[in-house]
Ligand binder design. Structure first.
Ligand code: TXA
Ligand code: MG
Length: 377
């Protein structure tokens, strides 16, 4: 356990004294959590294998899951990566600083545990003024995964960081809530054609203007074995609340009565239900004995993305037995950040989905709750 120091900083003009203290901590091999435009990161000097090892220990993250290296500017890329493919310059010019991570060939100075022993390295230049000031002040490439315990929802506020990592991180820069709310898009440029490993803050449509042959699955990629996952963000159980969560398909409106019946029956079976729904649907269920958590306006993907992880944590803290969540419609998700929202909801539910109209829906919910109870002892 360490005494975690917290510095409040203005997100646009962070106090130089706080930035200096955080930069010195990083240079000394300590862990610093800081806001980026996507989610909070848990940073350590990427050139120092002992510092990097502390990240894995603090997060309880398997050593097989590689980390993203953060830079102050694209010009530093040659310090961490080699044999850059020609697309990098245009991608960097267009999307950096910003929520895009590129997987490249690893340079010799990067601590091998950053990449979990792979020959590749993931790199990004964050846009958040606090992250930028910190990277500039320390002058080091900083390895930083999301600052949450492994497989928990990513943190979008300093409070989330402390809920998971108080006593495990040396210093936290609290720059308020992050604006995008979902992690960066990860693209692997070591493969030909390039492959989308994780949908995120930069949409596929925008990427294809520069990478026309980008391979991007439209449904989430599921890998069940950490060792085999080319990018362990593709593990099925990721970003998951502790409470069992199930995606609830079926059109709003038509299925109101079916959802009502399902929730009532669960209630009479002694199960408390949390419903995670778009704003427009909340009113339909106000009379139910269920805890309602809003996902945001159904068509506003940016707003849903910004608060998704906070809502998952909120739903998890209600003490309900099961969370039923509305997925985001495929059409609404096309091209942009909606794909990332669909991906995170799918993984939070560990891939489990039901249709309210399915006669077996009740049985499935009961079975999932029972199975998770056994898994959790
Ligand atoms: O927005 C973000 O990317 C945030 C902020 C803090 O920058 N970071 C983040 O890191 O989400 P993390 O560690 O939670 O997710 C990193 C993702 C994982 O899915 C990991 O498997 C993948 O990037 N990744 C990292 N290095 C890789 C590599 N060499 N090859 C393939 N995938 C890699
Ligand atoms: Mg993460």
């Amino acid at each position: 356990m360490v005494a975690t120091q917290v510095y409040q900083v203005d997100p646009y003009q962070p106090d130089p004294a706080a930035i200096t203290a955080a930069a010195q901590a990083l240079a000394a091999g300590r862990l610093v959590a800081f806001p980026t435009e996507t989610v909070y990161g848990l940073g350590a000097n990427a050139l120092d294998p002992a510092a990097v090892a502390r990240i894995f220990a603090a997060k309880q993250r398997p050593f097989t899951d590689p980390l993203i290296v953060h830079l102050a500017a694209a010009a530093q890329i040659t310090q961490v990566a080699t044999a850059l493919p020609p697309e990098v310059a245009a991608l960097a010019a267009r999307f950096w600083p910003g929520p895009l991570t590129l997987v490249l060939r690893r340079g010799p100075h990067v601590a091998p545990n950053v990449s979990a022993g792979r020959e590749s390295v993931a790199v990004r230049v964050p846009a958040h003024p606090v992250a930028h000031a910190l990277l500039l002040a320390c002058g080091l490439p900083i390895a930083a995964p999301s600052a949450n315990l492994f497989s928990r929802p990513s943190p979008t506020t300093a409070r989330h960081v402390l809920d998971d990592l108080a006593g495990r991180v040396d210093l936290v820069l609290d720059g308020g809530a992050t604006t995008i709310g979902l992690e960066s898009t990860v693209v692997d440029l070591t493969q030909t054609p390039p492959v989308l490993l994780r949908p995120g803050g930069v949409g596929v449509a925008a990427l294809r203007t520069l990478l026309p042959d980008l391979r991007a699955p439209s449904t989430p990629v599921v890998v069940t074995d950490t060792e085999a996952a080319s990018s362990p963000g593709t593990l099925l159980k990721h970003y998951a609340p502790r409470t069992p969560m199930i995606l609830l398909h079926g059109a709003a409106g038509d299925d109101d009565q079916l959802v009502h019946m399902l929730v009532r029956t669960l209630y009479t079976r002694g199960l408390r239900v949390g419903l995670l729904l778009p704003d427009e649907e909340i009113a339909h269920y106000a009379d139910l004995r269920a805890d309602l958590v809003s996902l945001g306006p159904a068509q506003d993907m940016a707003a849903i993305g910004r608060f998704l992880f906070a809502r998952l944590r909120e739903a998890d803290s209600l003490g309900v037995d099961v969370i039923l969540a509305r997925p985001v419609a495929e059409q609404a998700a096309e091209g942009g950040i909606g794909l990332a929202i669909r991906d995170r909801l799918f993984r939070a539910a560990e891939g489990c989905a039901i249709d309210a109209a399915d006669p077996a829906a009740l049985e499935i919910v009961l079975r999932v709750v029972r199975r998770r109870r056994i898994e959790r002892g």
